[in-house]
Structures are given as C-alpha cells and as structure tokens.
Write a protein that binds this ligand. Sequence first.
Ligand code: FNR
Length: 192
Amino acid sequence: MPHTIAVLRGSPRSGSLTEKLATAIALSAGDRLAFRDVPIHHLPLYNPDLEKDAVHPQWDAFRAAVKECDGLLFVTPEWNRSVPGGLKNAIDVGSRPYGEGVFQKKPAAVVTQSTGGTGGFGGNHHLRQSLVHLDAHVLGQPEMYVGNLSADKFGEDGRISDKGLAKLVDGFVDAFVEWVGVIHQGRKALAP
Ligand code: FNR
C-alpha cells in the first residue's frame, strides 16, 4: 500500500494553476503515493474561544483528515509575499489544541508557484517557517519555486507538457517519494 499524502492547496480559485500543478504532481507520482485533497477554504477562522465548550465540527473533520494521512504536500500561490490567508488559517486550525497538532512528525513538502518570475519564494519560506515550528519533517531539496507558470504548460491529460517544468516536477516527486519512505522507515526502525 502506498503512503497517503494530504494535499493542502492554497488557492481558493476554481481552475487554479495550483490545482493543475497539484494534479500534475500526483500524475507524476503514479502509484508510488496516494494523494488525497483535503479542502481548507470552508474552515471558519481559527479562534481559541470556539474550542472552549466543544470541538468545532469543521475543524474536527479537517484535523481528522490530515491526521490519518502519512504525509503532507502543500501547493500554493504566493499572496503578498506570503501564503494566502486561507492556508495560514488551516495551519493554525491543524496546530491546535496545543500539543495535539496534526502536522507533527509527518514528512512534508512545499511547492509554490507564480505567474511571476520569483515562483513564490517568499510564500514558500513563510510556510516552511510554520511547518518547522510545528515539527513537520519538511523536504529540503529540491526547493520548488515554480515561476512563470501558465495554463498552457499543462496538457489535456493533466500532465505537464512543458519539458523543462516536467523534468523539474519529476525530480521533485522522486525526492519526495524517497523522503516519505525514509521518514517512515526511520520511525519503524526506532519503534520499541
Ligand atoms: C497575488 N499574486 C502574487 N504573485 C507573486 O508572485 N507574488 C505575490 O506576492 C503575489 N501576491 C498576490 C496577492 C493576491 C491577493 C493575489 C490574488 C495574487 C499572483 C498569484 O500568486 C499568481 O497569479 C498565481 O499564479 C495564482 O495562482 P492560482 O490562484 O491560479 O493557483
């Protein structure tokens, strides 16, 4: 059975480049990983007050969906040199209650994209900063800043048709598949 990967997409836009890129990544991985989209844009804004008496049902379902996966893939545009607020909110929701965060110890990778040349570098590193704090095991290399992205770089089959980008994505996917395996094998080896 392949490891399951929760995919958190930062763009709320229908038909977004983020969605296309996440689909192309899953196609590149084939049956080596099982990707599961975990929706985030319906989540109410995190507020600790709402956890005082009962667990908020939408937060609860989101946390459970992430928790049952073996790894994390974040694919997102950069908004104002950071991540879109909806994605930051999902991270805040998943990080609480204190000590029960759902991201910790999971292998993770961050992919940012932009129609501009910088490929979401700023957003990528803001996201990495949060994930390191939350004790996710974030893949170091290759860094994935996909710049100058456009819809015509994807074929009708959902795969990337642009040769240079396809090579970049395939290399990233190979590294991520290996990373997920390494983290889980290491955990097994250390288990009492
Ligand atoms: C953007 N965009 C953007 N691009 C970038 O390179 N750096 C940035 O800081 C921003 N900031 C920003 C803020 C807001 C509010 C919006 C709506 C957009 C552009 C955007 O990230 C880019 O076009 C993405 O490729 C869009 O991705 P999706 O929504 O198609 O996945």
